[in-house]
Design a binder for this molecule. Sequence first.
Ligand code: HEC
Ligand code: HEC
Length: 318
Amino acid sequence: MKRFLKITAWILGILVLIIGALVAWVGFAPAPTYDPPTIAELKVEVTPERVARGKKLASLLCVQCHAGKDGKLSGQQMLDVPKSFGKIYSKNITMHPDKGVGKWTDGEFYTFFRTGLRKDGSFNAIMPKFSHMADEDVYSIIAWMRSDDPKLESSDQESHPHELTLFSKALVRFVFKPYPLPSEPIPLPDTTNQVAWGRYIANGTYGCYSCHSEDFATVNDLEPEKSGGFYGGGNPLLDFDGNLIPSANITPDKETGIGNWTEEQFLTAVKFGQTPNGPLRYPMVPYAILDTAEIKAIWAYLRTVPPLKNEVARAPRE
Ligand code: HEC
Ligand code: HEC
């Protein structure tokens, strides 16, 4: 018996040591890097149409996260990131040659947006990857980055490194991985097919599902439909003051989702942030820049999403 206890104690001791070493390694080792990706040979022609399209996409997709104190896209601390992730900073993406991304090639931008990898193999685990966006829309964003939009004018603001928690370091090491480059060209959606178009806008461009599923940690960007609690809401999001604003269930479930809403109510909610229960709070921003037809397409698509019964404890209203 004594011998048995002794052996058990040894085994436990060794286990504790192994776990301790693993925790220390996750905590202190530098962020993982990957083989430098093959950078696509790409030269994006900058046309006024592309710059306009890119600007529209970026106004909802990039500006909010990258806006800096100097009014340019010079980066900032992202105050609305859940505390469990630590302090996350967006970067200076103005055309400054050293402090910003002025030296990046079109191919580097393309590869980074698709995979999350920079040319040196360092990996962006945090910023959304645009793996389902149509090539033409990605080119439009790149064209906009090269445009004379004053927000992209060279800023010498230094980008701040992240201060990750053990939890987010573990996610970055074990869970979040670079995405593959698409193996085939991704065409723009058929806008005469309302559901397909709406699916593209919601899942391929603006990533509505990533906020509106149950948690960022279980979002599946490569196959959005496989995200935990797809569109069933409850993702514990924060506003800028750190107040919990869980996302809403926007599946067609009649009791806990928006199955009883009308298209008109949906339009007013998405475009103007107004609902029958009161105004919508940050981080749900009004998508005022979307056309009515685009929002109607999202509505048509969301009606086809499997209803999920999930009563979200919504943030209290004053
Ligand atoms: C949710 C917030 C968020 C959104 C939305 C976002 N970014 Fe980022 N971006 C970040 C963060 C955070 C980093 C730093 C990532 C890292 O190093 O781990 C980053 C990094 C970058 C970089 C790399 C900069 C460098 O020096 O390495 C580029 C380029 C970039 N973003 C461009 C964009 C563009 C263009 C868009 C819109 C299409 C966009 N971002 C949308 C948060 C965001
Ligand atoms: C950055 C995260 C985020 C993104 C992206 C996002 N939402 Fe939301 N959304 C929320 C949050 C949080 C709420 C709840 C706000 C509140 O309770 O005031 C919400 C609420 C809503 C509501 C109101 C539902 C209700 O029951 O009150 C609708 C409709 C909605 N979002 C649709 C969309 C659509 C469509 C998209 C994509 C175009 C989208 N959202 C993108 C976070 C997000």
